[in-house]
Design a protein around this ligand. Structure first.
Ligand code: HEM
Ligand SMILES: *[C@@H]1O[C@H](CO)[C@@H](O)[C@H](O)[C@H]1NC(C)=O
Ligand SMILES: *[C@@H]1O[C@H](CO)[C@@H](O)[C@H](O)[C@H]1NC(C)=O
Ligand SMILES: *[C@@H]1O[C@H](CO)[C@@H](O)[C@H](O)[C@H]1NC(C)=O
Ligand SMILES: *[C@@H]1O[C@H](CO)[C@@H](O)[C@H](O)[C@H]1NC(C)=O
Length: 320
């Protein structure tokens, strides 16, 4: 009886559950150890967004760039040291990723109420959600329990793990697939470009050289982004021409009328396999919201350090 196939299967299941349980993130990881963490993070994000609404976009992007390089482990927050070069000056991040000071401010508040408990990686994940909600987007429960990396990887951050704005659709699909994210996840997550801004250097090629762009829109964007490389490289433009500080589905409506700012935005609606999804999201904000939330949770689940791995940094910029 004890050796029946069913009891073997039951036993194997029990071992599988025990074996993976430490690797699971959960919504209530801090409910006993730091019950005020969510309120504390939210209040700082609220203040920061009230001061400068773009920071909400920057914090959302910070989580994405953290998660794509060796998982959501706070590695992007580390400053350079003598033993490793951090990710902050890697191509996709240098002079571009923002929000480090907000994370620092949150970290000191959280350390004051529960020292050594809450990871920087979790703080980044929570700020991404709070930013979306504050800017009018959907709410979701953030899973926590990530730990912080003890190293960063400049090379990984610098060499194609994070997709470039010049990417074609094939490359976008494959870079997301490499992170365990589907085509649908990729299209939904790209909707993050409903908020925030990009530098001229990120979209110059699209507004001068591409043909799949509305000419009126191209002219508007060319006004503040000179053709010649080296001039006006850091001039900023809103990713969403309509409602740049509101989290909505206008990003997809823009794509339908060829008003995507980045080359990598417009390839999502350019006669290819993702056209139908873009159409759906442009017509149905509720479907977009729920697919975006599902994809954010999936991205946040990407290779976290858990259990005894890594550490809980005291200062997000350096190892303990
Ligand atoms: C699909 C591939 C993606 C590409 C190629 C891409 C590329 C870019 C680029 C080039 C910028 C402008 C950076 C600059 O000029 O300084 C940008 C901004 C932004 N990205 Fe993405 N991105 C992608 C996906 C995502 C995802 C998945 C998210 C988050 C879920 C995201 C969130 C943002 C936000 C919010 C901004 C504005 C940031 C700010 O104003 O500080 N992006 N992205
Ligand atoms: C980052 O940007 C700074 C300032 O523009 C530049 O001097 C530096 O060379 C860049 N770093 C890397 C690693 O490219
Ligand atoms: C950093 O990333 C590169 C490229 O992905 C990889 O080859 C290398 O092993 C990584 N280094 C460390 C220390 O993890
Ligand atoms: C997409 O871009 C990659 C990398 O630049 C290139 O190798 C590939 O040929 C391109 N694919 C298509 C279909 O254009
Ligand atoms: C536009 O295309 C021309 C010709 O192929 C190229 O020399 C130039 O660098 C491109 N400009 C941008 C901004 O990509």
């Amino acid at each position: 009886m004890a050796h029946s196939p069913n009891s073997y299967i039951a036993l194997v299941l029990v071992f599988l559950l025990i074996g993976t349980s430490s690797a699971q993130l959960s919504e209530n990881f801090y409910s006993k150890k730091c019950p005020k963490v969510f309120k504390t993070v939210q209040s700082v994000v609220k203040t920061a967004v009230a001061k400068e609404n773009r920071i909400g976009a920057s914090l959302l992007r910070l989580h994405f760039h953290d998660c794509f390089v060796d998982g959501c482990d706070g590695s992007i927050l580390l400053d350079d040291t003598s033993s490793f070069k951090g990710e902050k000056t890697a191509g996709p991040n240098n002079n571009s990723v923002r929000g480090y000071e907000v994370i620092d401010a949150i970290k000191s508040k959280v350390e004051a109420i529960c020292p050594g408990v809450v990871s920087c990686a979790d703080i980044v994940a929570i700020t991404a959600r709070d930013s979306v909600v504050i800017l009018g987007g959907p709410f979701w429960k953030v899973k926590v329990g990530r730990r912080d990396s003890k190293t960063a990887n400049f090379t990984a951050a610098n060499t194609g793990v994070i997709p470039a704005p010049t990417s074609n659709l094939t490359t976008l699909i494959s870079t997301f697939k490499a992170q365990g994210l589907s085509v649908k996840d990729m299209v939904a997550l790209s909707g993050a470009h409903t908020i925030g801004r990009a530098r001229c250097t990120s979209f110059r090629g699209h507004i001068y050289n591409d043909s799949n762009i509305d000419s009126t829109f191209a002219k508007i964007r060319q006004k503040n982004c000179p053709r010649t490389t080296g001039s006006g490289d850091n001039n900023l433009a809103n990713l969403d021409l309509r409602t740049p500080t509101h989290f909505d589905n206008n990003y997809y409506k823009n794509l339908i009328i060829k008003r995507g700012l980045l080359h990598s935005d417009q390839v999502l609606f350019n006669g290819g396999t993702t056209d139908s999804l873009v159409k759906t999201y442009s017509q149905n904000g509720k479907v977009f919201d729920s697919d975006f939330v599902a994809a954010m949770i999936k991205m946040g689940d990407n290779k976290p350090l858990t259990g005894k791995q890594g550490e809980i940094r005291k200062n997000c910029r350096r190892l303990n």
